[in-house]
Write a protein that binds this ligand. Structure first.
Ligand SMILES: Cc1ncc(COP(=O)(O)O)c(C=O)c1O
Length: 392
C-alpha cells in the first residue's frame, strides 16, 4: 500500500535519508561535544567529526575542505556571499549582475544592497528560463564585481549555462557566485571546471537535515575575501561565528557521500520516472503545457499548466492523495502569481494553471502511475466545473 499523500514536492524539501539519520544519531547521544572545545575528548571528537564531514562535502563539489564554510542553509550562504563580497570589494566596484528568476533570498539581498548604494542588473530570461550569454556580456562594466546566477531554478528546473558564465567571469576578472541549492547532489558539480568562486547549498534539498548548509569560498586563483555576517567567536575561519551544528554537518556529509556514490544512477532513474509522469499525464489529459526548458532541466522537475484549471484548486483537490505545490515554498507560505513563470512571459491564466511536480529518491513507478490517474480525475472534474474551459 502506498503511503498517502504521495510526496512530490522535493524542490521544497526532501525527506531525510535513513542512512543520514543513522549517521546523525550518535551526535544526540555520546558524541555531543562542541567542536570548539579544545580541552577534552568530547570537543576533539566533535572537531574530528566536523573535519571528516568537511572532506566528504568538499569532495562532492571538487573543492578543498578548507574552502567550505558551514552555514544554516542556502539562504544564509547566499546572504553571506552577496553581502560579504559587496562589503570587501566595494572600492573595486559597485555593480552586481544577477537574474530575475533567482530565489527570493538572492533577490531580496540584492534589493538590500541597492539600498546600501550598490547597483544591480537583473538579467531577463527567455521563454524557457535561460539567460542570454550575449546579454550578460553586454551589461558587464569595469565596476562589476560579482555575477550571481543560480545553477538550477527551483520552480521550473531550468539549468543555466554555468560553465560559459564562469569562463566570462574569469576572462573579465569578476567573481562568480552560484546558488546551487537545487543542484548539489543532483547534478555533478566541479567548482574548478565550472569556474565558480562561491557556491551555496543546503542539506535539506539533498536528503539531509534542515537548518544546515554551506558556502564554498575559493581560496586560490583568486583567493576570495568576504566580510562575515555575524560577529562572535570567529568559527569557520572567522567567516561564520557560532557553535558548529555538528549533528547537521554530519548529516549533510552523509547526504553528500551518498550523492557522490549514487547521483548518476539515481538521476537516470528519476528522469525515467519524471518522463513517465509527463507522458502518462499527457496521454490521459488534453491541453497540458510544459513550463521551463524541455531538456536543460533538473531530472526531477516537471512544471505543467493545465488549461482551464486553477492550480490552487487542483492542489487542494489532489489533497490528501498527492503533495505537490504551485511554486516556491520558500516564501513563507505566501501564495500569488509566480514571478518565475511571469518572467518567462507566460500569461496570468497559464501561470495560475500551473503545478510543480518535484520527484525524488523515494518515489516509485507505482506512485507515479497512481498520481497520473489522480491528476486525470481531478483535472476532468475541475474542467467540468470551469466556465472557461471548452473541450476541443
Ligand atoms: C534555489 C534556492 N535557493 C535558496 C533556497 C533557500 O534554501 P534554505 O531553505 O536552505 O535556506 C532554496 C529553497 O527552496 C532554493 O530552492
Amino acid at each position: 500500500m502506498t503511503k498517502l499523500p504521495i510526496y512530490m514536492d522535493n524542490h521544497a524539501t526532501t525527506p531525510v535519508d535513513p542512512r543520514v539519520l543513522e549517521a546523525m544519531l550518535p551526535c544526540f547521544g555520546t558524541d555531543f561535544g562542541n567542536a570548539a572545545s579544545t580541552s577534552h575528548a568530547y570537543g576533539w571528537n566533535a572537531e574530528k567529526m566536523a573535519a571528516e564531514s568537511r572532506n566528504h562535502i568538499a569532495k562532492l563539489i571538487g573543492a578543498a575542505s578548507k574552502e567550505l564554510i558551514f552555514t544554516s542553509g542556502a539562504t544564509e550562504s547566499n546572504n553571506l556571499a552577496l553581502k560579504g563580497v559587496s562589503d570587501v570589494y566595494r572600492e573595486a566596484g559597485d555593480h552586481i549582475i544577477t537574474q530575475v528568476t533567482e530565489h527570493k533570498c538572492v533577490l531580496e539581498t540584492c534589493h538590500y544592497l541597492e539600498k546600501k548604494g550598490m547597483r544591480v542588473t537583473y538579467l531577463p530570461v527567455d521563454s524557457t528560463g535561460l539567460i542570454s550569454i550575449e546579454g550578460l556580456k553586454k551589461v558587464i562594466t569595469d565596476k562589476t564585481i560579482l555575477i550571481s546566477i543560480m545553477f538550477a531554478n527551483n520552480e521550473i528546473g531550468t539549468i543555466q549555462p554555468v560553465r560559459e558564465i564562469g569562463e566570462i567571469a574569469k576572462e573579465k576578472g569578476i567573481l562568480f557566485h552560484v546558488d546551487a541549492a537545487q543542484a548539489v547532489g543532483k547534478i555533478p558539480i566541479d567548482v574548478e571546471m565550472l569556474g565558480i568562486d562561491l557556491l551555496s547549498f543546503s542539506a535539506h534539498k539533498m536528503y539531509g537535515p534542515k537548518g544546515v548548509g554551506g558556502l564554498y569560498v575559493r581560496q586560490k586563483n583568486p583567493r576570495v575575501r568576504l566580510a562575515p555576517l555575524f560577529s562572535g567567536g570567529g568559527q569557520e575561519f572567522g567567516l561564520r561565528s557560532g557553535t558548529l551544528n555538528v549533528p547537521g554537518i554530519v548529516g549533510m556529509a552523509k547526504a553528500c557521500e551518498i550523492a557522490y556514490l549514487e547521483c548518476a544512477q539515481e538521476m537516470r532513474r528519476i528522469t525515467e520516472l519524471r518522463d513517465r509522469l509527463h507522458r502518462g499525464i499527457c496521454a490521459k489529459v488534453p491541453d497540458v503545457l510544459l513550463n521551463g526548458h524541455p531538456t536543460e532541466r533538473l531530472a526531477n522537475n516537471l512544471n505543467l499548466s493545465f488549461q482551464g484549471v486553477d492550480g490552487e484548486s487542483m492542489i487542494m483537490s489532489l489533497n490528501p492523495f498527492v503533495a505537490v505545490s504551485s511554486s516556491s515554498a520558500c516564501m513563507s507560505g505566501t501564495s500569488g502569481t509566480s514571478y518565475v513563470l511571469k518572467a518567462l512571459g507566460l500569461d496570468t491564466t497559464r501561470i495560475q494553471a500551473s503545478i510543480r511536480f518535484g520527484l525524488g529518491r523515494f518515489n516509485t513507478a507505482e506512485q507515479v502511475d497512481a498520481v497520473i490517474d489522480k491528476v486525470a480525475e481531478v483535472v476532468s472534474k475541475l474542467r467540468e466545473l470551469s466556465p472557461v474551459y471548452r473541450k476541443k
